[in-house]
Design a protein. Structure first.
Length: 169
């Protein structure tokens, strides 16, 4: 847990629950992408009639697929790690490298989230839609990108505090 007491535990649990909720959205997005793709293939093959807006919906669901699971994977320590060198390091050095990686990720996602917010806000302000046969709103997808990146930013912040505590124990 973080070092601030009950408020920090509440924040940490809230971020963890939000990450798990977003991960379930990722699962739903995966199923919807599979179904949409399968129906499009069947419709095209059997009836020479593809499902309208399959490409656009798959594109939107891909954003949920990518950004939905980032924070949850971080809470579960499931991101890809290359440890063949760090396994031989003494614990303080390993903790230092872990903290360095967390801080680099945090810096990246702070900047990414900031940019994603502007990207979403511009789209929301003009109520941006995809220009295909079906009017498909783009701004919800951009919000999912912002929310997912903001959530992993919070998780990396929490993990950075924990990593700092581990380093200076």
């Amino acid at each position: 847990m973080l070092c601030w007491g009950s408020a920090s535990r509440l924040i940490e649990k809230s971020v963890e629950k939000a990450g798990a909720w977003f991960a379930s959205i990722t699962s739903l997005a995966t199923v919807l992408m599979i179904l949409t793709g399968a129906l499009d293939i069947l419709g095209t093959t059997l009836f020479n009639s593809p499902v309208p807006a399959t490409y656009e919906s798959t594109e939107a669901l891909m954003v949920a697929l990518v950004f939905g699971g980032l924070a949850y994977a971080q809470t579960q320590k499931r991101h890809v790690r290359v440890e063949f060198l760090t396994l031989r390091l003494m614990p303080p050095w390993k903790a230092g490298l872990d903290l360095f990686g967390l801080l680099m990720g945090l810096g990246f996602f702070v900047l990414f989230s900031w940019s994603a917010w502007g990207y979403f806000w511009e789209s929301w302000a003009v109520r941006e839609f995809e220009s295909s046969g079906i009017r498909f709103p783009i701004y919800p997808t951009k919000f999912i990108m912002f929310a997912g990146s903001a959530l992993i930013t919070l998780q990396l912040f929490i993990d950075s505090i924990k990593g700092t505590k581990r380093l200076f124990r």
